[in-house]
Design a protein around this ligand. Structure first.
Ligand code: GDP
Length: 525
């Protein structure tokens, strides 16, 4: 499937994430992808995370205790002529806003689905974030070596629940115990399980050599279904895929390292090279010569004596070279990129420079915040990193009232880092914090104590959800805010936020105030 790739540094790059529900097989697939990328030593590193042995990002004690990665890491590997940047989206309870933000820094995603379970809650949620930017998605239906659901019902579920067209590129030959491999419709070739050799070309689905792979009593029924799929399913179309409307589907088993090569070949061939990015004043093309990028994640050092942090920046254009100076557009300050971290790079030529699509870590002492744009001087701000309305709201309280001011300042700093969202009620009552994953609350409490010496606890709030509000009509907005004083708050940027006890109540209010737009997503400005 691979075709010769143009080899300029930007065209070679593929920056992607894997989206899946916990246990669908993301970690296993990541390991296998890294193996193909020749980064064999790294495959062990991914595993080690599991065992809480050592991880590159093992700075936070909470992370060590739980043996999970609170932070998003970046893995770079080469395959064929491509440089892949795989941005890890934390998987389990460690689901957080970082997971969402990471998706603002990728150009494509691999959606892993457990063949027995189909689309699960987390997959749907992450998919929806991808859809906001129409990110192209390649689907990998995993665990075919186990009994799973019928392929048609899985494809149907993707189409119905995600409103995404599906085009099976391969079709499974048998399943569970009789899973023998996959058939590729386009090339009429068979890839056999446990044989990492060139695919076997056959005359078609009814080729006896293919049917012989199945137990005799299954062959007829299988052939009938596979022919139905060949005729009835949509064919892969590059344009529809690139626009995010159609997903090519691959079947395989990450555990058995099967189907992974087809998947990575498809990423090399079909997935887009780094896309241009929208900034406030103009669109920035990836191949423009001047360096520009945005910060989508901040990782703090847990050591209370050091307030150093790593800002993860996606390079959007130009070339980032070690030692260059960049302007932080929000503040106008200049930062020297003396020690940018290049991730898992295997050779020095990659390690000293980064191009559009790459992610670099920039050590700093708090001058960078999420959403920051860095340029070679131009005054533009990327619009890439959104905030999502939190799913959990808590009131944060401190036992020592004397420290209320310190708490407010600490919360502001941590909110700037993206640890939580902060909402200050208009009626002057105590601050509310909002998160999308419960672990963020633990991280916040741990850091408040370790870094600021503040002992806090959470109380439930009468508010369950919140929405940013805007309106074309400034008078209507002002009057809404005034008449809903006790349900209004400001976020960290001073934007008005309406808080409500339930979806039902929110709908009730929204219906009565049609001039107001209630939004669950907010772009960082
Ligand atoms: P994650 O939570 O999405 O990262 O999932 P993991 O990669 O940790 O996999 C969850 C479980 O499913 C582990 O026990 C894996 O060994 C298992 N698993 C992953 N891929 C496959 C597969 O292709 N076949 C089978 N039978 N098990 C798998």
């Amino acid at each position: 499937m691979t075709s010769p790739q143009p080899s300029d540094p930007v065209s070679r790059r593929r920056t992607f994430a894997i989206i899946s529900h916990p246990d669908a097989g993301k970690t296993t697939l990541t390991e296998k992808l890294l193996l193909f990328g020749g980064a064999i030593q790294l495959a062990g590193a991914v595993k080690a995370k599991r065992n809480a042995q050592q991880t590159r990002s093992d700075w936070m004690s909470i992370e060590r205790e739980r043996g999970i990665s609170v932070v998003t890491s970046v893995m770079t590997f080469e395959y064929g002529d491509c440089v892949f940047n795989l941005l890890d989206t934390p998987g389990h309870e460690d689901f957080s806003e970082d997971t969402y933000r990471t998706l603002s820094a990728v150009d494509a995603a691999v959606m892993v689905i457990d063949a027995a379970k189909g689309i699960e809650a987390r997959t749907r949620k992450l998919f929806e974030v991808c859809r906001l930017r129409d990110i192209p998605i390649v689907t990998f239906i995993n665990k075919l070596d186990r009994d799973g659901r019928d392929p048609f019902s899985l494809l149907d579920e993707i189409e119905k629940t995600l409103a995404l067209d599906t085009a099976p590129v391969t079709w499974p030959i048998g399943s569970g115990r009789s899973f023998a491999g996959t058939y590729c419709f386009e090339t009429k070739s068979v890839r056999k399980i446990d044989a990492d050799t060139e695919p076997m070309t056959v005359s078609g689905l009814d080729d006896p050599a293919l049917l012989a792979l199945l137990p005799a009593h299954e062959a007829d029924a299988w052939l009938e279904e596979a022919m139905l799929a060949e005729e009835g399913c949509k064919k892969f179309e590059l344009a529809a895929f690139r626009e995010g409307h159609l997903t090519p589907v691959f079947f395989g088993s990450a555990l058995r390292n099967f189907g992974v090569r087809d998947l990575i070949d498809a990423m090399a061939e079909y997935a887009p090279s780094p896309r241009g990015q929208d900034a406030d004043k103009r669109h920035v093309e990836a191949k423009e010569p001047k360096m520009a990028g945005f910060v989508f994640k901040i990782q703090a050092n847990m050591d209370p004596n050091h307030r150093d942090r790593i800002a993860f920046m996606r390079v959007c254009s130009g070339k980032l070279a070690r030692g260059m100076k960049a302007k932080i557009v929000r503040t106008g300050k200049t930062i020297s990129l003396n020690a940018p971290q290049f991730f898992f790079a295997r050779d020095r030529s990659i390690a000293d420079e980064a191009y559009a699509g790459d992610v670099v870590g920039i050590p700093n002492h708090g001058i960078l915040r999420i959403g920051d744009t860095l340029t070679e001087g131009e005054e533009i701000s990327f619009r890439g990193v959104p905030s999502f309305a939190p799913e959990i709201l808590r009131r944060i309280v401190i036992s020592d009232a004397m420290k209320a001011k310190k708490l407010r300042e600490a919360l502001r700093q941590l909110a700037e880092e993206g640890v939580v969202q902060l909402f200050l009620p208009n009626d002057g009552s105590g601050a509310l914090v909002g998160v999308v994953g419960a672990l963020q609350l633990d991280v916040l409490a741990t850091r408040l104590e370790a870094e600021y010496g503040l002992e806090t606890k959470y109380e439930t709030s009468r508010f369950g959800i919140c929405r940013w509000i805007t309106s074309q009509d400034p008078i209507a907005l002002k009057s809404f805010i005034e008449s809903h004083g006790s349900s209004m708050a400001e976020d960290i940027d001073g934007a008005p936020v309406f808080m409500s006890s339930s979806e039902f109540q929110l709908r009730y209010d929204a219906e009565r105030h049609s001039a107001i737009v209630f939004s669950d997503v907010k772009d960082y400005q």
